[in-house]
Design a protein around this ligand. Structure first.
Ligand code: SF4
Length: 389
């Protein structure tokens, strides 16, 4: 808040007007409490993005317009909901962002938009904003650009030349589920095709064509639990996204009912389900798991009680523990309590000599309580194992 006060002083009345507009563009309903606290004027839509190194980056996460002609069943911005919509001109948003960035209030921009005037037109306005930032204002920092449903291939390519990250939200794992969540969006033509173009462009052209000589990373998001879909449906599509389209991240935004939408009476997602989906996603992306490795119940869902890696290990390693001194990297990654860093540390340590006890593994960053039931050390099960079951 202190920083925002400094910015307000710097920008005078303009900041009040622009911050109010920014906030209103992203948050259609401001509660009476928020109004009393003055948040309608001062609070920016800042998103603390997690970086791979564990640090956080404050991004201004905003919409070019909160007007939308689509009728997605779960969305607070859907056409027909009654609230005051806000629209920025591309140069207006670019200049407002640059002022906030120069003052240190934010470290990057995550720019999306409601669909107004069609996907092509909306994408053009997003690209115009990015062009102004990069070319006219010389902005060198982080930019995440959303690809609109209905965007053309040339627009996707231009976004890839300007952004550090591009994203296309699938919302649902297949067309049947999408019809419930977003009846006006086509799974293949609006959502999967642009993701495929990103991968094709990346393969065809040199990374030199991308911003700062590299192509942007790609992400997507599901509205988990919004369409009655099972975990198996979500993870089957997730496996395709990682294996064939090489997405950096898949996000599972937990469904929460929004008043005055067709899904307002549906149940919010159990946070544990969201947690299990993320665990399974990391197993697919970083641990060499395949979709077929997961244990689903009769409804196609993961267990809420046991994490998916432990469930796999109980089925496959309880009677056939892995020898820590002989297992390959891919096998080490299957053991609960051993992540990619720990697995590589084990391989390095083995070159210097045998690992003999749990203390050796602990020193390498292994969570030994989780790993012990599924391993052999020096040909024997670790001494603590029986007490853990
Ligand atoms: S297109 Fe986007 S903003 Fe518009 S209703 Fe659907 S999810 Fe909401």
């Amino acid at each position: 808040m202190e920083k925002l006060a400094q910015i307000a002083e710097f920008m005078g009345d303009e900041i009040d007007e622009h911050v109010s507009k920014l906030r209103a563009s992203c948050c259609p309903v401001i509660s009476e409490d928020q109004k009393r606290a003055g948040q309608s004027k001062m609070e920016l839509p800042i998103y603390q993005a997690a970086l791979p190194n564990g640090q956080r980056r404050a991004l201004l996460k905003t919409l070019l317009t909160s007007a939308c002609e689509k009728n997605c069943s779960y969305c607070s911005f859907r056409a027909g909901r009654d609230f005051r919509r806000q629209t920025f001109q591309p140069d207006e948003l670019a200049k407002t962002f640059i002022q906030l960035w120069q003052k240190g209030a934010v470290k990057g921009l995550f720019l999306s938009s409601g669909v107004a005037g069609g996907g092509l037109h909306t994408q053009d306005r997003l690209l115009d904003t990015a062009e102004i930032l990069r070319k006219r204002l010389g902005y060198p920092g982080y930019l995440h650009l959303k690809i609109m449903p209905g965007a053309e291939r040339a627009q996707v390519e231009r976004a890839m030349q300007l952004a550090d990250r591009v994203s296309i939200n699938l919302e649902a794992p297949n067309s049947q589920r999408l019809a419930r969540l977003a009846p006006q969006k086509g799974m293949m033509e609006d959502l999967i095709s642009p993701l495929r173009w990103v991968e094709e462009i990346r393969r065809k052209d040199s990374p030199q064509h991308g911003w700062k000589g590299r192509w942007p990373s790609t992400t997507t998001q599901f509205v988990a639990g919004g369409a009655g879909e099972s975990d198996a449906e979500l993870l089957q599509t997730t496996a395709y996204l990682h294996n064939s389209l090489h997405l950096s991240r898949v996000y599972y935004s937990g469904f929460h009912p929004v008043p005055e939408t067709p899904l307002e009476n549906e149940q919010a997602i159990n946070p544990w389900r969201q947690n299990r989906l993320y665990q399974a996603d990391f197993l697919l992306r970083d641990y060499g798991f395949d979709f077929e490795d997961f244990c689903f119940d009769l409804t196609g869902n993961l267990s809420l009680e046991v994490d998916p890696k432990l469930a796999w290990a109980r089925d496959h390693l309880s009677q056939a523990p892995l020898d820590i001194n002989q297992a390959e990297l891919s096998a080490l990654l299957r053991i609960p309590g051993i992540g990619p860093i720990g697995a590589r540390a084990i391989l390095s340590a083995r070159r210097l000599g045998k690992l003999k006890g749990l203390e050796d593994l602990k020193a390498l960053g292994v969570h030994t309580t989780r790993a012990a039931p599924f391993i052999l050390l020096d040909g024997k099960r670790p001494a603590t194992q029986l007490s853990l079951w």
